[in-house]
Ligand binder design. Structure first.
Ligand SMILES: [Fe+2]
Length: 173
């Protein structure tokens, strides 16, 4: 038997489907979580009917769960904000689905328009506010699922509060 080529040894890959790897059902890397966020954002039928603007509190809805992760939909009326917080031991990938949100961090302030995507590591401190006159919607994936959201003291614009002092501040809830 003549077996001097790889093709003859391995055979034709299309004839051995059991050797092909199935696409991963659940994301496992930052890039794959970002891809999940993009695919949900692009399919309005998955989230549009769940948007709910509530003037008394930010409205949030758990859209999906998977092994170790959760996907949340948040609706923001003008003026609503998160307060300054971190995300415990969770990493996050999030995007603005509609409107514009403003993110305040120790590094500055950024207006995040529709389609902007952000990645947060454990310990990342920020405050997100809808300071426009239009409602906004955002989509957040947390890995692992968010079990705590420690609140931090508001950032003092005149004289920066030392990070340690802010981290030690009592939670606001
Ligand atoms: Fe956050």
């Amino acid at each position: 038997m003549n077996s001097d080529s790889d093709l003859q040894i391995a055979g034709d890959i299309l004839e051995v489907p059991h050797l092909l790897q199935a696409p991963r059902e659940h994301p496992a890397t930052v890039a794959e979580f970002a891809g999940l966020v993009r695919s949900i954002a692009a399919d309005r039928s998955q989230w549009e009917h769940l948007v709910r603007y509530d003037a008394t509190t930010r409205w949030y809805h758990r859209l999906r769960t998977g092994p170790g992760y959760e996907v949340w939909l948040l609706s923001w009326v003008p003026g609503q904000g998160s307060g300054r917080h971190d995300h415990g031991s969770s990493s996050g990938v999030w995007t603005v689905l509609e409107g514009t949100l403003t993110e305040h961090t120790a590094r500055g302030t950024h207006a995040l328009g529709t389609g902007t995507q952000r990645v947060t590591a454990p310990g990342y401190v920020h405050e997100v506010v809808n300071d426009t006159l239009e409602p906004a919607v955002s989509l957040h994936v947390y890995y692992p699922g968010l079990t705590e959201m420690p609140m931090h003291a508001p950032q003092c614009s005149a004289a920066a509060v030392p990070e340690e002092a802010a981290a030690d501040a009592a939670p606001a809830r």
